[in-house]
Structures are given as structure tokens and as C-alpha cells.
Design a binder for this molecule. Structure first.
Ligand code: GUN
Ligand code: FE
Length: 449
């Protein structure tokens, strides 16, 4: 099909590009085949061809196209407890609420019901790509992969590995290191055969929960799988003081260095949180080409901290945004953008460093709304090494149709006063689920109408 309208995207960090009245041709495989500006000599002919063949989608007044959103860190099984129990510390939340909930996914029917509801809701919120933690259970994790494939969400899914008998309760852990590794292998092979195309929509991820929950033998075995399969890896890294100290006491070195020692830090690794990484960790992460899933909302609760985002970006690390449901209480990456902005502006206010009012929030330190949107789209896609996140010929057509005039919209646009740059900022700061009129993944309509 062919789409005619105005699109916003941030192909490079912090740079908004407005594609006003452009034409987007989507090929039969769901990739962007052509992008034509209105001045292009073929523009008018393409529009009339598509119109005649009934394949033209023309955006109405007040409608705009955005790239689909990439959630770089989300726990699928925690969907039923989103918004609950955030008033206790991480280690209590895990043992008292989260492990008992996740243990229920031994029941594959329960898993199917929750995961189907989750994926529908994430798509409706504009999440076209998600990097998921599932649970320790191979069957339930495969059910999540299958549901993503069926519903058309681009997904990277991990069967969680957690075998340490001291840190994990008897009712919720891998039986031992050998089975944590062999179940992960079985899961990888099964997901790869579920979707064996050249451009798989769903991919497996090696997922040690975090170092405290895994034995050395499991970490070593998972590192070997990462080398063998070359697939993605995800884990939690230096999230809270407790988690960071635990690793340093056990290994005498940081999370990032320890993960690297086990072969778990690769170009396809995503480290969630990473609030307490130091300069050497950053150099190591950058050198390996790994990425960080910045989860600003969750960090306010479990870390009582903010990730040093500006420093990481200045060091050219890959960074994207994660909702961390249910450590974060919102499934929306538009909310994620706002929380990232708020965390960054607070972090760089300078109040606690004793800066006088006129020097607080120096330009260039807090992130901008264009940078926040980049994190939620192209930044996440680059971290995952996936051809999505911005409108470019050859990229997958993963996109949102934003309707600023939806009946329950909070967005007000005055054509006389607002430039297109203003409209973009209003969308980033105010778009809600009601504004997401339609969602495509690889050209397939997966939400809206
Ligand atoms: N660290 C280990 N497991 C988890 C989890 O499920 N959520 C968060 N936020 N941190 C973790
Ligand atoms: Fe998490």
C-alpha cells in the first residue's frame, strides 16, 4: 500500500526530521520501498496510481505518522501486578510478590490468557517491538513468542534463567545450572523454528535474570550459548545499591565486568537499568557494543536513582527506553519519554550540587524531547540492531498513525500558532492511547482500524 501524509521521526539522536506530505510505498513484505517528497517528479503519478488501485491511505487533517515504539525492557508475566507493591524495596518485591506471581506461569493456560491480553494492550499503546523477560518456564515462554507472532508484534523473548538456591525460592527456579542452560537451549531452538524466515518477527534471547539469581555454572553455560547461537542476551545490571553490592562482594568486580567474564557482554546484549555503572563499565559496554535499557520510572522506585543518561550518550553507548513493567507502572513508551525527560531535568538541575538558580539545567545537559523520542524509537532499534525505529528505504514499516483530533484527545493544535515542530513536541508530551489510531508492524495492521 501507499501512504500519503506528514511523518515525524528522529533518524539521528536529537534531530527531528519532518517529512511533510510525503509518500511512503510499502512493499508486499512490509518494508519501506520508497519515500517521495511532494516536489518529486513521480509524486503525483504515484498518488494517482495508488488511488486508482485502491491502495492509497491518505492521512486526514490532524493525523501524523510516527515510527513504532521500541520497549527495550519489559517483564511480560508481571502485567497482572502493574501498579501494585511499588512501596517496598526491590529485594522484598521480588520475594514477596514477583516470584510467587511468576511461578503461576507453570500453568500454560494462565500464561496464554495473560500474554494475549498484554500483547493486545502493548500494541494499542504503540509498542511495535518489545524485548521481553518471560519466566523460567519453557512452555509458557514459547506461548508468549507464539502470541507475539500471531498478533504481529516484533518481539525478542527470553526464558528467564535463575538457578541459585540461596536467592531463588524452591517453588520458582531452574532445578540446577545444567537444566537452566539446557532449557535455554531448547527454548532458543524452538523459537528459531517457530519463526525461521529471513527476517524473523520473533527471536529468542538468553536471559540470566541477574547475577544474584544465577550460579557461576549457569552464567558460564549461558555465555557459551551466546557464543554458539550469536543471539541476543539480556539481564539486569547494577540496578540498585543492593544488587550492585551483592555482585561486587561475590566477584570482587562490577556487574558489567563479571558479565563480560562469562561471555555475556556482546553487541547483542541489553543491560537493564545500569544506574550504578562506573566510567570503566561504560567504556567496556561501549567497546563490546552492548546497550542499556533506561527505565526511568522504575528507577525512581527500586533504585532511588537516575541512570547517568547524558554521560552514557556522550560516550556513544547504545541506549533505549524500557518500561520495566511492573517495576514501572505504565506500559506506555510515551510515558517513558516523559519520565526520561523528568529524570534527566531533575538530575541536571544542579540544586544538590549547590548551583545558583541561574546556572541550573544548563542547555545540553538534560535530554530534549527529540532525544527522548529517539530513545523510544531509533535508539532502541539500534541497540537491538534491528532495521526499524525510523523511516528509511529498506526499513521495516513499523509505524503509528497519531490522530491529534481523536474524540478524547488531550492534544490541541492551532494551525495559526503551532509549527510542525510544536506539533511534534505536543505529541511527545501529550499523546495518550486514545491518539494511537492505527499501528503497523512490518506493514501489517496490528491495532486500530
Ligand atoms: N532484578 C531482578 N529481577 C528483577 C525484576 O523482575 N525487576 C526489576 N526491576 N529488577 C529485577
Ligand atoms: Fe526489570
Amino acid at each position: 500500500f501507499t501512504l500519503l501524509g506528514t511523518a515525524f521521526h528522529t533518524p539521528e539522536r536529537g534531530r527531528l526530521e519532518v517529512l511533510e506530505d510525503h509518500l511512503f510505498s510499502i512493499d508486499a513484505q512490509g518494508r519501506i520501498a520508497e519515500i517521495l517528497a511532494p516536489g518529486h517528479p513521480d509524486h503525483a503519478a504515484r498518488v494517482s496510481d495508488a488511488s486508482l488501485s485502491g491502495t492509497l491511505v491518505r492521512l486526514a487533517d490532524g493525523q501524523f505518522l510516527l515510527p513504532g515504539l521500541v520497549d527495550l525492557h519489559i517483564h511480560a508475566p508481571q502485567w497482572p501486578q502493574m501498579g501494585k507493591a511499588l512501596d517496598v524495596p526491590l529485594e522484598v518485591w521480588l520475594q514477596k510478590y514477583t516470584f510467587p506471581l511468576e511461578a503461576r506461569y507453570a500453568d500454560v493456560d494462565y500464561a496464554r490468557e495473560i500474554y494475549a491480553d498484554l500483547v493486545d494492550n502493548l500494541l494499542a499503546n504503540g509498542t511495535t517491538t518489545a524485548l521481553y523477560f518471560a519466566t523460567v518456564h519453557v512452555e509458557a515462554s514459547l506461548a508468549l513468542a507464539g502470541i507475539c507472532l500471531e498478533k504481529g508484534q516484533r518481539a525478542l523473548v527470553g526464558k528467564v534463567a535463575m538457578d541459585d538456591a540461596q536467592q531463588c525460592p524452591p517453588f520458582y527456579r531452574d532445578a540446577d545450572a545444567a537444566s537452566a542452560v539446557s532449557d535455554t537451549r531448547r527454548f532458543i531452538v524452538a523459537v528459531q523454528s517457530l519463526d525461521s524466515g529471513e527476517r524473523p518477527l520473533v527471536q529468542p534471547v538468553i536471559t540470566p535474570r541477574f547475577i544474584p539469581s544465577c550460579t557461576d555454572a549457569a552464567l558460564r553455560g549461558l555465555g557459551e550459548l551466546a557464543t554458539e547461537f550469536g543471539c541476543h542476551v539480556q539481564t539486569h545490571c547494577s540496578e540498585s545499591d543492593w544488587a550492585k553490592q551483592f555482585v561486587e562482594e561475590r566477584f570482587g568486580q562490577t556487574d558489567a565486568a563479571s558479565l563480560d567474564g562469562f561471555g555475556l557482554l556482546t553487541r547483542h546484549t541489553i543491560l537493564a537499568h545500569s544506574n550504578f555503572i562506573d566510567g570503566q563499565d561504560m567504556d567496556l559496554i561501549r567497546e563490546k557494543g552492548a546497550g542499556v535499557a533506561h527505565c526511568p520510572l522504575s528507577n525512581v522506585y527500586f533504585a532511588n536513582a537516575a541512570f547517568p543518561l547524558r554521560v552514557a550518550l556522550d560516550r556513544q553507548m547504545h541506549v533505549g527506553l524500557g518500561t520495566d513493567v511492573s517495576g514501572g507502572y505504565s506500559p506506555s513508551l510515551f510515558d517513558g519519554c516523559r519520565h526520561a525527560l523528568s529524570a534527566s531535568r531533575t538530575l541536571h538541575s544542579g540544586v544538590h550540587a549547590g548551583l545558583p538558580p541561574e546556572q541550573r539545567g544548563a542547555p545540553g545537559e538534560p535530554i530534549t524531547h527529540q532525544e527522548a523520542f529517539w530513545l523510544a524509537t531509533a535508539g532502541g532499534a539500534e541497540a537491538l540492531d534491528l532495521p526499524t525505529g525510523s523511516f528509511r528505504v529498506g526499513h521495516e514499516f513499523d509505524a503509528l498513525l497519531i490522530d491529534t483530533k481523536a474524540s478524547t484527545s488531550n492534544i490541541r493544535i492551532n494551525a495559526a500558532d503551532d509549527t510542525l515542530d510544536d506539533v511534534f513536541q505536543k505529541i511527545v508530551l501529550n499523546a495518550a492511547r486514545a491518539n494511537i489510531a492505527r499501528v503497523w508492524v512490518s506493514g501489517r495492521m496490528v491495532a486500530g482500524q
